[in-house]
Design a protein around this ligand. Structure first.
Ligand SMILES: [Zn+2]
Length: 388
């Protein structure tokens, strides 16, 4: 253990120095008794920015000195962290090729090489190594986690479900939320193939995994709507308000359409009033303003929005008010309002509408799976800006 620690220190220091390349002064490290001469020769190549020669020396060393296996694994990791994946792969591949490795050493090297392949985007090769680790019963949780990431990447949702469940069984943490999304992905592909029966089956499994899955509720509403079951569609969309109010903006138009198809304007109005009493977002207010304008005219809608804005200001609400006022004024006032409306529209459209609570990724499209940090259900509509 001590020897390993001591061996790693100069490698780490060398790497730090190496990052600051450009300093031309030649550096040398003197050999110490008890360690292989080649190790210091390799280290000096690293310090003097000759990585290829250093790798040759280190690779040769593994053949003669199996005590340095861990040092090589660490060196490979340094290359990977620096983004030099090809070099990391060469070092780790060479380690695995050594017949004298212990079972644990082989497991460590397989895991590192698997991560190199992941970084290089060589998912089929990475998959083989992580499956081998499962057979060896080494690094099981890490291997399962990587396999789940690979199947997500390959959109192989069936296997993603299977390995996520195994991950949870091995103590790798809760997976119910992501498993529900995998079933939602299956439901979406069934919808693309017009197989509504398969879609319904996948949604059942999504709810079984996570009864609070907003995405499954929205998809169920879409499915019922496609089947002409407007009452059931309304119920599914309404469930979103109970599951997570932040996503209400995603179902507001869908709800309006379903109520309209049923010819139940009063029902929609009552539902929106109820939502306004218990929800913090502006989406129900904006929907009710639209409904009021359609049913009772501009003046009633203006009064309604003004009253709401007195209680709670919002950019989207203010823009809606100006929009309602525009057709009802003339001359200079109309020009001024037009400019104001244009400025507010730009203000709203220049800002991202969705943001990931985990990594801060922002964009104008809704993603259930963050394209940046790969988390599920962390991207949400930004209140007050969306639903304009
Ligand atoms: Zn993210």
């Amino acid at each position: 253990m001590w020897e390993t620690f001591w061996l790693l220190l100069p490698v780490a220091a060398a790497s730090g120095y190496w990052v600051g390349r450009g300093q031309a002064r030649k550096r040398t490290v003197k050999a110490r008794p008890g360690l292989h001469q080649d190790y210091f020769r390799g280290l000096n190549y690293v310090l003097n920015d000759k990585p290829d020669k250093a790798i040759e020396v280190f690779i040769k060393m593994v053949e003669v000195d199996s005590d340095t296996v861990e040092t090589h694994a660490a060196l490979g990791n340094l290359f990977r962290r620096r983004g030099e994946v090809d070099r990391a792969i060469r070092i780790h591949q060479n380690l695995i090729a050594r017949p004298a490795l212990s079972r644990e050493q082989r497991g460590d090297a397989l895991r590192e090489l698997g991560e190199d392949y992941m970084r290089a985007g060589l998912f089929d090769r990475a998959e083989r190594l992580f499956l081998e680790l499962l057979d060896l019963k080494l690094h099981t949780v890490a291997a399962l986690r990587s396999l789940v990431a690979i199947y997500e990447q390959e959109r192989d949702w069936g296997r993603a479900v299977e390995f996520a469940r195994r991950l949870a069984a091995e103590g790798g943490g809760a997976v119910s939320l992501q498993v529900a999304h995998y079933h939602c992905e299956r439901a979406e592909s069934a919808r693309r193939e017009n197989d509504l029966a398969a879609m319904g089956e996948a949604l059942k499994q999504a709810f079984a995994a996570d009864s609070g899955c907003v995405r499954a509720s929205i998809l169920q509403g879409d499915m019922e709507s496609a089947l002409g079951n407007h009452e059931a569609a309304i119920q599914a969309y309404q469930r979103v308000a109970e599951q997570d109010q932040d996503y209400l903006t995603e179902v507001m138009e869908k709800l309006r359409d379903e109520y309209t198809r049923r010819g139940d304007v009063d029902g929609f109005r009552a539902y929106l009033k109820d939502l306004m009493n218990r929800c913090s977002g502006v989406a129900p207010m904006l929907a009710l303003a639209d409904l009021t304008q359609r049913e009772e005219g501009d003046q009633a809608a203006i009064e309604f929005v003004t009253c709401c804005l007195r209680n709670k200001s919002s950019v989207a609400g203010l823009r809606r008010l100006i929009e309602l006022k525009l057709p009802n004024v003339d001359g200079r006032a109309r020009d001024d309002l037009s400019i104001l409306h244009e400025m507010m529209t730009r203000l709203i459209s220049d800002r991202p509408v969705y943001r990931c609570n985990n990594c801060g990724f922002a964009g104008k499209q809704m993603h259930w799976h963050c394209p940046s940090c790969k988390s599920w259900s962390t991207i949400k509509p930004i209140q007050g800006v969306v639903a304009s």
